[in-house]
Design a protein around this ligand. Structure first.
Ligand SMILES: [Zn+2]
Length: 413
């Protein structure tokens, strides 16, 4: 690996193209320590390695004594020390909290340091200053953002069980925004457009959905579902999906008036003991075909079905690839796919970085650094193979890390 090239890629200004960062006050209320930094994605690896749900709850409870928790955490941590989920945490411990190796002799001192650093301005210190992040596309699903360079991504979810959890409350909210009753599919779509208008005034840049296998719902499915909601009845799963697919298809037609990008979760789901094949990039094909004016940012390279995402970005003029989460899901795949994407997909259609954390801007820093490394190593492989020069590789890195974000998200400023 060419050290100079690695340095170039790790120091470039970059756009963090996918986060869920909550307002900082949420994190400031916590009593974080080194174990707690494993609570988001890494908790799945701890469970996968054999930790029980009860032990997980115990070790993540920072009100309990650290020594007792560390004793229970350590054997499982040693099993997951080398996974990407852990690497993101360990990079943060090393670069932000000065801990070279998490072990018996360092757990207490690094935890004290984490608590001492739990003060306002964390996103700025960790991501903007240390991580050289200039903009953050932030799906915290609220228009209020933790920093001025976070841009809001709002939910593009309908009457399914995913979100809103309560369809009746969602319909009520739409009525408040639009100032008109939502009685059927037509009035619901108009209310959604009123919501879009409000989003546009609030600097929202994108809407986020999930690439479920949406069934072909009709207007009468949506009319019937909205009638049931008004009568206080709940929807079956089929009714929810059929009505949602119709409302989604109709409101997608209105997205170009506002310029929002549509972000779609594709592939793997976090957690354990869960079927993770529900969201596939293939499900986006009909929506992309029907809406050629809408830009679709396809998340996570549809891992583990990465070939399908790469082919999709090649085949659809409005498909973009977002590699957020991939570097920690599987760092070796994130490195390998660089050559496959470079030599298959136009260079303007890829966003390389996204941290994907809610309350962990420090671990997001670790994730983004790992993402820069896998990108640099993947590009270096191309240079080694003689298919790119270093100057071409640098250009690809500049586009994937920053420039492309402004093309994929025209509202990003
Ligand atoms: Zn996400």
């Amino acid at each position: 690996m060419n050290k100079e090239f690695l340095d170039y890629v790790t120091h470039l200004p970059a756009v963090d193209a996918h986060e869920h960062l909550r307002l900082e006050e949420v994190r400031l209320k916590k009593k974080p320590d080194a174990i707690w930094l494993f609570h988001q994605y890494a908790n799945a690896d701890l469970r996968s390695a054999g930790m029980s749900e009860a032990t997980l709850a115990e070790v993540m409870d920072t009100a309990r004594p650290l020594d007792l928790r560390w004793k229970k955490f350590k054997p499982f941590f040693e099993r997951i020390r080398h996974t990407g989920y852990s690497m993101a945490v360990l990079y943060a411990l090393r670069d932000l909290y000065g801990c070279e190796r998490l072990e018996d002799g360092t757990i207490r001192s690094v935890s004290e340091r984490i608590l001492a650093e739990n003060k306002p301005g964390m996103i700025d210190r960790f991501l903007r200053q240390k991580g050289r992040i200039t903009h953050i596309l932030n799906a915290n699903y609220q228009t209020e953002q933790p920093t001025p360079y976070c841009s809001a991504v709002m939910p593009f979810f309908f009457l399914t069980a995913t979100l809103p959890h309560n369809p009746a409350a969602w319909v009520k909210e739409l009525e408040t925004v639009s100032g008109a009753p939502v009685t059927d599919a037509a009035s619901c779509v108009e209310a959604i457009v009123a919501l879009f208008r409000r989003y546009a005034a609030q600097r929202v840049v994108a809407l986020k959905m999930i690439s479920f296998a949406w069934p072909a719902g009709s207007r009468s499915d949506a009319d019937a579902a909205l009638r049931k909601i008004r009568e206080g009845k709940s929807l079956s799963r089929d009714e929810a999906f059929l009505s949602s697919s119709f409302l989604m298809a109709e409101s997608l037609k209105r997205v170009p008036e506002f310029g929002f990008t549509v972000v779609a979760h594709c592939g793997y789901s976090s957690g354990v003991n869960y079927p993770f094949d529900g969201a596939n990039v293939r499900n986006m094909w009909p929506l992309m075909q029907a809406n050629p004016e809408v830009r679709f940012d396809l998340l996570h390279l549809n891992y583990p079905w990465v070939d399908e995402a790469i082919a999709t970005a090649k085949a659809y003029t409005n498909a973009h690839l977002n590699l957020a989460w991939l570097p920690i899901l599987n760092p070796a795949v994130a490195e390998r796919v660089v050559a496959e994407i470079v030599h298959c997909v136009p260079a303007n259609k890829v966003l390389a970085l996204g941290g994907d954390y809610w309350e962990l801007p420090d671990v997001a820093y670790g994730h983004l650094l790992l993402g820069r490394e896998t990108l640099a190593r993947g590009l270096d492989r191309c240079v080694e193979a003689g298919t790119l020069t270093y100057s071409e590789a640098r250009r690809v890195a500049e586009m994937w890390l920053s420039e492309n974000a402004f093309e994929t998200y025209p509202l990003l400023k």
